[in-house]
Design a protein around this ligand. Structure first.
Ligand code: PDD
Length: 284
């Protein structure tokens, strides 16, 4: 049985409790982070901690513990659960209060929950070799997708729609342009140029995205941060996604149409190689 963390305590998962009045449960009034673990170490923890602070600030939510304590809790959980390769999930909510749309008083203690997920073989997912298929769906999420809130119902629906069509995931489309994947950032490659939507309120500012674009630029690859259409994506030479749990994973079919020759391309493969190597080196 897993050991999980709830509000200052490490407990067996079946003994961990939060209130039915928790605003995360009643209003999705909470934010989260998912940090990958490779070889027992956290990948880009400072990036995830910085984005957590940004999400909390955007919602006027209190930070439950200082960043150094967060790191200690992450490490403690990894050790207690013997995680070699996997994920650490963290969620902060505005805490428990009688149901009221208005935020509760400032001194209401936030809820902090963390748990691990063991994912043996996380770094060599077969989809990295075969590539994945995506469908496109309208982006029906709220307008502040840059805040990493726990309102994940539409992304869940999107993944179910993908599964119903025999695809691996969905890319969301707004005003004719791809925003991002249900739980990842979306990219295409055309004539050697990597294209991905620019940062803004329309997409999550992926921690993996930032690292991968940095490595691409260091490797003298051309990067354009701008919206791209579904038609452009279908006509691209390559496509891929990035996220903490998928790293860099090629996309080889969009709405049933092969991207390029329908097999993973060299740019995605190279970026994955660099990303895996550098993130293992820098993991803490
Ligand atoms: N998802 N876009 C969305 C909508 C996401 O949910 C995620 C992450 C990303 C990629 O961000 P990052 O590189 O920081 O993981 C982009 C996580 C993995 C999840 O919900 O499980």
């Amino acid at each position: 049985m897993r050991t999980v963390y709830v509000n200052g305590e490490f407990l067996p998962e079946d003994q961990a409790r939060i209130s039915i009045f928790d605003r995360g449960f009643l209003f999705a009034d909470g934010v989260y982070e998912v940090t990958s673990v490779l070889g027992g170490k956290l990948v880009d923890f400072p990036g995830h901690a910085a984005r957590l602070t940004r999400s909390l600030d955007a919602l006027d939510m209190r930070s439950p513990v200082p960043e150094e304590d967060l790191l200690a809790i992450h490490r403690d959980l990894i050790a207690r659960n013997g995680i070699e390769d996997g994920l650490v999930y963290l969620q902060v909510t505005r805490g428990a209060a009688d149901r009221d749309f208005l935020y509760p008083p400032d001194d209401t203690p936030p809820t902090l929950v963390l748990f691990t997920q063991a994912k043996p073989g996380l770094a060599d997912n077969p989809l990295a070799r075969t590539g994945m298929s995506v469908i496109t769906i309208p982006d029906r999420r709220w307008g502040r997708r840059d805040i990493k809130t726990v309102q994940l119902l539409y992304p869940s629906m999107g993944k179910m729609m993908a599964r119903a069509e025999g695809a691996d995931d969905a890319w969301m489309v707004e005003d004719g342009h791809v925003t991002e994947g249900t739980s990842n950032n979306a990219y295409i490659v055309k004539d050697g140029t990597i294209v991905t939507r620019q940062l803004g309120e329309e997409i999550l500012h992926g921690i993996t995205r930032r690292a991968v674009l940095g490595f691409a630029r260091e490797a003298q690859m051309r990067v354009e941060e701008r919206p791209f259409t579904v038609e452009e994506a279908r006509a691209a030479d390559e496509a891929f996604i990035t996220s903490a749990s998928s790293f860099v994973t090629p996309v080889v079919r969009i709405d049933g149409t092969a991207v390029g020759d329908g097999t993973p391309g060299p740019v995605a493969a190279r970026l994955r190689e660099i990303y895996m190597e550098e993130s293992r080196k820098a993991a803490i």
